[in-house]
Design a protein around this ligand. Structure first.
Ligand SMILES: O=C(O)[C@@H](CO)OP(=O)(O)O
Length: 229
């Protein structure tokens, strides 16, 4: 039996300010840093060790993984980063305050944008400073891979090649894996791993910096999962 750990980054400054974040590279808040250290202590206390870590190219997840590994004295393990684990690209909502958007568009519309796997938030244009094509870290993406907006189902579609090409091979080699990512990129992975319906994933909210442990059988099917606390 093998274990896989997923962890959403600690609270970010924009989580705290209640703003849509997406691919904006916002840092952890002080509370987020504390949460990440605490998650590392918890994993250590429960006897976890890791052979490899995977994370996005956004600092809130990278730093969360770093602080977790620091607490475990495992900073030396290889860490592979990919834009494919980034948060869902929130289009023109990125940077806006969630409560103000609710006032403007109503609770139902905003809930749909946030949680319906097929709903697209309003798109940006390529002239927008938030367009990922303006950033060096996304130089390797093809034009078609650069998002203007994304729904959860598209987040899953772009995350899965990394899952199959990098994470599954590590698990197949019996490596102990930790994935540090984001609320929606993790929802997409969980939907895939557990074969959840759209209904079920709509209800799923992943808390910050709380290790989510999968126990996997020999064929890497999930036997059970639980939050470590
Ligand atoms: O703003 C975001 O990028 C995400 C995660 O914080 O928000 P939501 O929970 O609304 O999908």
């Amino acid at each position: 039996m093998q274990k896989l750990v997923l962890i959403r980054h600690g609270e970010s400054i924009w989580n705290k300010e209640n703003r849509f974040t997406g691919w904006t590279d916002v840092d952890l808040s002080e509370e987020g840093v504390r949460q990440a250290h605490q998650a590392g202590q918890l994993l250590k206390k429960h006897g976890f060790t890791f052979d490899i870590g995977f994370t996005s190219v956004l600092k809130r997840s990278i730093k969360t993984l770093h602080f977790v590994l620091e607490e475990m004295d495992q900073l030396w393990i290889p860490v592979k980063k990919s834009w494919r684990l980034n948060e869902r690209f929130y289009g023109a909502l990125q940077g806006l305050n969630k409560a103000e958007i609710v006032q403007q568009y109503g609770e139902e519309q905003v809930h749909q944008w946030r949680r319906d796997p097929h709903a697209h938030p309003p798109a940006i244009t390529e002239n927008d400073e938030r367009f990922p094509g303006h950033y060096l870290r996304y130089n390797d993406l093809t034009y078609r891979e650069l998002p203007l907006t994304e729904n959860l189902s598209e987040t899953m579609t772009r995350a899965l090649p990394f899952w199959h090409e990098s994470i599954i091979p590590a698990l197949k080699q019996n490596q102990k894996v930790i994935i540090s990512a984001h609320g929606n990129s993790l929802r997409a992975l969980v939907q895939y791993i557990e074969n959840l319906s759209d209904e079920q994933v709509t209800q799923l909210d992943i808390p910050t910096a709380t290790p989510w442990v999968y126990e996997l059988d020999d064929r890497l099917n999930s036997i059970r999962h639980y939050y470590l606390d």
